[in-house]
Design a protein around this ligand. Sequence first.
Ligand SMILES: [Zn+2]
Length: 175
Amino acid sequence: MTRQQIDDIETETAFSLSLQAEDEKWMQIALKSAKAASDLGEVPVGAVLVKDGNLIAAAGNQPILLHDPTAHAEIRVLRTAAQQLHNYRLPGSTLYVTLEPCLMCIGAIIHARVERLVYGATDPKTGAVCSLYPIGSDRRLNHPLIITSGILEAECSDLLRTFFQEKRAARKQQP
Ligand SMILES: [Zn+2]
């Protein structure tokens, strides 16, 4: 291996390490929104939208309190971000979400022309990116979405697991 090749590999490794650190930083903020949702009794899912290294919007899942079946964390950040940027499309943006998006949300993410989707935990029951429906790899769609999964996966799924465990325990205690 030449010196140049070694240098190239080192540069690439440093880049992917710094990208991962960046992804983890934003996912921590998405996790905070997820925790806030759980404090309100909502299923703990949180999302943030980032563009050019800036946080544009952050939101938690809130369909119950808002009486709105579409008020998933992803839809809420897309709505806020589009208002902030005065644009119904969000090219060059990255959406971070703690859980693999559902069918509705992946549709909205594609409509919004989000450039990159980063999620934490996979959702075998309703995930529509790679689990239940592999929409993320469907090449028939004209918008290529860059996808990274598994960022802070343990924290993201622990939050959901604890939430449902506590719900079940509370239900058992009821007479
Ligand atoms: Zn959704």
